[in-house]
Design a protein around this ligand. Structure first.
Ligand code: PMV
Length: 340
């Protein structure tokens, strides 16, 4: 995890600016969020539960200054104007409203893993912007409140503020005040090993918001997915709390396959997998048959994340290395967003 600061991350900051620099990790859902009950507020159709990863995420600096004429987002060195910038500016507006401030901000963010390739770069990116902007504006203590702001930026971002195992409640309210994240168990409770099996660095063809909407509107399996997804969360929570690896592996894989099945059955089909995705799935099952405690999950992309019992990490890595044409990044369950 390189925290070295690039020139473009400091050159736009004038004296007198209110600045915060943070690292926020990505998180990978063990019980997925897939479907919105309110699109603008990113209110989910079901609760979800994730593991925060230690080493991969976003390094983000936010600087507010009264002389900035507008908000700006510079991502991995390039000025942004499209959808990603819109989400970031929305978070800035929400926070400005809370503290009643008019200053615009420049946001400089860099990911140390592939962006928009189904590895939750929006989770790390939007949680980092929320955390950094809140600190720069003198907010930043109440993570539950911040999780509500981060959620409006990108749903899964609300979970990255916390480390370890994190639950995001569906909530019942129309304004979303009860749709917030909380920590179920810290990283030390069960520091599972995690492997990112990168089949492609390309940006996914179908952003998750579109994929969710197509699935919700057209998949004949969507209602069944939502019902099963809500039932999954307590099962996964209990498995985490008891450190029941087999229970967690079985439920997390089923949850993942049910989400993808509902998406594939949509019209047009929402299919994120490639050949290498399935190769990794079969490899993990082969490893389990050999007694290695590992399981997979797949977000909205072709890449696969494999979790393993820490004592089985070396055997898992060895098994995954036999896969052709993939890059493997190793990490573990870790801490949430933090100031640098
Ligand atoms: O938060 P979004 O809009 O990037 O959607 C994330 C969706 C999944 O990664 C597929 C599932 C999840 O719970 O993170």
């Amino acid at each position: 995890m390189s925290a070295a600061i690039h020139d473009w991350e400091t050159e736009s900051i004038p004296g007198g600016a209110r600045v915060a620099r943070v690292f926020s990790p990505t998180n990978i859902a063990l019980a997925k969020y897939w479907g919105k009950r309110h699109t603008a507020l990113n209110l989910p159709t079901n609760s979800s539960l994730s593991a925060t990863l230690a080493d991969y995420g976003s390094f983000t600096t936010v600087a507010f200054h009264k002389d900035f004429p507008k908000d700006r987002l510079i991502l991995n060195g390039a000025e942004q104007s499209g959808g990603k910038a819109g989400k970031v500016f929305g978070v800035l507006c929400d926070l400005r409203e809370i503290v009643e401030c008019d200053d615009h901000a420049v946001v400089m963010s860099r990911n140390n893993f592939p962006t928009a390739a189904g590895l939750a770069s929006s989770a790390s990116g939007l949680s980092a912007v929320t955390f950094a902007a809140a600190h720069a504006l003198g907010l930043g203590r109440d993570l539950t409140k911040l999780s509500e702001v981060a959620r409006r930026g990108s749903g899964s971002a609300c979970r990255s503020l916390f480390g370890g195992f994190v639950e995001w409640a569906r909530g019942q309210r129309d304004d979303g005040e009860d749709s917030v994240a909380h920590q179920v168990a810290g990283a030390d409770h069960w520091p599972l090993a995690a492997f990112l099996v990168i089949a492609t660095q390309a940006e996914k063809h179908q952003p998750s918001t579109n994929g969710m909407e197509i699935t919700r509107r057209t998949s004949p399996y969507f209602d069944a997915w939502v019902e099963a997804a809500e039932a999954s969360v307590p099962v996964i929570r209990e498995a985490v709390l008891k450190r029941d690896f087999e229970g967690l592996a079985a439920e997390a894989e089923s949850n993942c396959l049910r989400f993808h099945a509902s998406a594939m059955a949509a019209t047009p089909p929402v299919l994120y997998w490639q050949g290498a995705t399935l190769d990794a799935v079969h490899r993990v099952w082969e490893l389990r048959r050999q007694g290695v405690q590992a399981f997979f999950t797949i977000d909205a992309g072709a890449n696969v994340v494999v979790f393993a019992d820490p004592a089985h990490a070396a055997k898992t890595l060895e098994g995954l290395k036999a896969l052709k044409g993939v890059e493997i990044l190793q990490t573990r369950v870790g801490e949430g967003a933090r100031l640098l």
